[in-house]
Write a protein that binds this ligand. Structure first.
Ligand code: ADP
Ligand code: MG
Length: 248
């Protein structure tokens, strides 16, 4: 009953799943790494928010998620914690294809978070960092309107596990071989409605089409108009977009 109420409130859609998974009501039930639980306690969070209760168990199972919830509902952590758990399960990158043609960027990140704006990208980076650090993972943020040189240098010296990026700067960085999407297996589209409002649809689609199709995709949005529904359908497990080409 409680699960039903939460679901109704959130308007949560889960791709490829009949919706009978119970939400986890306490941090202890997620099965997170002790170090991650420690970082959550440090953040003084006592209980997961509704969207966290509902999406985290499903994300941890490896499913794609379309999460619609209003601003301030805790969407960032709802994808950051499963993302970190996903990365910690990768066998040292050994099982992932190393890209021979990566121009020295050392294989590239495992998780990518796309953000519509520079401000949000920085905020996501700041929100992710303490949790990533607790598990020993490195995070880098790249965005437009700032010097490319510093960002290229950080990508190449840090070789981050997690990349937070705005679409245009990411495409720029891929074209100049400062990073690669070859190892991405966890993709997040945050504020997808803003992404479309700002006219990034083609960039987003070409980025998505450059990432292996068997990745896990999480899309978050505050609203769910038809345009988002269409985008969500394209980028989640239902398949590729025929019109949009990968980045070249
Ligand atoms: P949204 O992306 O849905 O707008 P955010 O992820 O930015 O929301 O979170 C809003 C605020 O709630 C942030 O300040 C964040 O630190 C805080 N927050 C997130 N999860 C929890 C939690 N479980 N308990 C308390 N505060 C939380
Ligand atoms: Mg948000």
């Amino acid at each position: 009953q409680k699960a039903k109420e939460i679901r109704k409130k959130l308007d949560l859609r889960v791709t490829g799943l009949s919706h009978n998974i119970k939400p986890c009501v306490s941090f202890a039930h997620f099965g997170f790494d002790e170090k991650l639980l420690g970082a959550i306690a440090n953040a003084k969070y006592t209980e997961p928010t509704d969207i966290q209760k509902q999406t985290i168990p499903i994300a941890l199972m490896g499913h794609d998620i379309i999460g619609i919830a209003k601003t301030g509902s805790g969407k960032t952590a709802a994808y950051v914690w499963p993302m970190l758990t996903h990365i910690s399960k990768q066998p040292n990158g050994e099982a992932l294809p190393k890209n021979d043609d990566d121009g020295g960027c050392g294989g590239g990140p495992i998780a990518l978070v796309l953000s519509p704006t520079r401000e949000l990208a920085i905020q996501i980076y700041n929100d992710t960092k303490p949790f990533a650090k607790a598990l020993g993972f490195k995070t880098t943020v790249i965005y437009g309107g700032a010097s490319k040189y510093e960002q290229v240098r950080e990508l190449q010296t840090k070789n981050p596990d997690i990349l937070v990026a705005t679409p245009s700067r990411l495409i720029d960085m891929i074209k100049s071989k400062a990073t690669t999407l070859g190892r991405i297996t966890f993709l997040v589209l945050d504020e997808a409605d803003q992404m479309l409002n700002l006219g990034f649809e083609n960039q987003v689609l070409s980025i998505c089409n450059s990432i292996r199709p068997d990745r896990q995709t999480l899309l978050f949005s505050a609203t769910f108009p038809r345009k988002i529904e269409r985008l969500a359908h394209i980028v989640t497990c239902s398949g590729n977009d025929g019109d949009s080409r990968p980045i070249q």
